[in-house]
Design a protein around this ligand. Structure first.
Ligand SMILES: NC(=O)c1ccc[n+]([C@@H]2O[C@H](COP(=O)([O-])OP(=O)(O)OC[C@H]3O[C@@H](n4cnc5c(N)ncnc54)[C@H](OP(=O)(O)O)[C@@H]3O)[C@@H](O)[C@H]2O)c1
Length: 241
């Protein structure tokens, strides 16, 4: 039986991917801060899942959580999906919100990427999938820390991709998932356009995982926005956004 761990499976994209992994025969370890939601998932999926509560901002708890789940899954893991993340609309640059975002999306995410990569290296195989964002491509005046944190994630993931060549056998993979707007509580802002349902987005993410894609925009139409974002000059973005 294939095994997976999803960090951040109590809601949104992580929860949607959990349902898909279960339907494809995986046994899955799932995490989040909200124990009551993890217990609800346990009631739904029974012994097909293992749960572990942690706050990704707490280094020791997160490391222990990862070890506990590996052991509960029998000592090996094929796939880890990192979907934990937060974001705020923060036009006034409230420091607590900026800091919270960085502690979760930069420090917390890097800790998980680091633990997972080193585990896969020792295991000799494994697939790390991280949900970054199309927000990684540019700055943004309403949510500076969120957009910058996603740029950090994308760069770190590319570094890990480069490091996969250090693992003999070429059996460690890194996939960077860059969603546009997905209908979860995370979708920031008013007047959101091209919002995809969680179900549609997760189906496309799962396909990308199966194909071991290096990076993918979700849904597919966000490839167009990515292309525009990469070429639009800052002065024009400043004027219109
Ligand atoms: N929805 C979108 O439009 C969109 C677009 C681009 C990128 N993304 C990215 O997709 C990822 C998943 O977001 P989502 O849309 O599925 O939002 P979500 O429904 O809010 O899910 C976020 C998940 O992260 C977990 N989490 C948050 N802070 C945590 C912490 N400190 N420690 C441990 N777990 C934590 C949450 O669990 P607990 O609350 O139980 O801890 C939850 O399971 C995020 O990285 C987000 O930036 C989303």
């Amino acid at each position: 039986m294939q095994t997976a761990i999803i960090f951040g499976a109590t809601s949104g994209i992580g929860k949607g991917l959990l349902a898909l992994l279960i339907s494809h025969g995986y046994k899955v370890g799932v995490t989040g801060r909200r124990t009551e939601l993890l217990n609800q998932l346990k009631t739904t999926y029974g012994n097909r899942i293992e749960t572990s509560t942690h706050d990704v901002q707490e280094e020791a708890t997160s490391s222990k959580c990862f070890t506990n789940l590996i052991n509960a899954l029998g000592g090996s893991v094929d796939l880890v999906i990192h979907s934990s993340g937060i974001g705020y609309e923060n036009p006034t640059l409230d420091w607590n919100k900026e800091k919270d975002t960085l502690l979760t999306n930069v420090m917390g995410a890097t800790l998980i990427y680091n633990l997972v990569f080193r585990f896969f290296k020792s295991q000799g195989y494994g697939h790390l999938v991280a949900i970054s964002s199309i927000a990684s491509l540019r700055g943004n005046r309403s949510s500076p820390a969120y957009f910058a944190s996603k740029a950090f994630q994308v760069n770190y993931l590319e570094s890990l991709y480069f490091k996969t060549k250090e693992v003999p056998g070429n059996q460690v993979f890194v996939t960077d998932i860059r969603p546009g707007f997905i209908d979860t509580k995370m979708a920031l802002g008013d007047g959101i356009f091209w919002m995809a349902s969680t179900q549609k987005a997760c189906k496309q993410i799962f396909k990308a995982i199966q194909k071991k894609k290096r990076r993918v925009y979700i849904t597919k139409r966000w490839n167009l926005i990515a292309w525009v974002l990469k070429i639009v000059p800052s002065w024009l973005q400043r004027k219109v956004m």
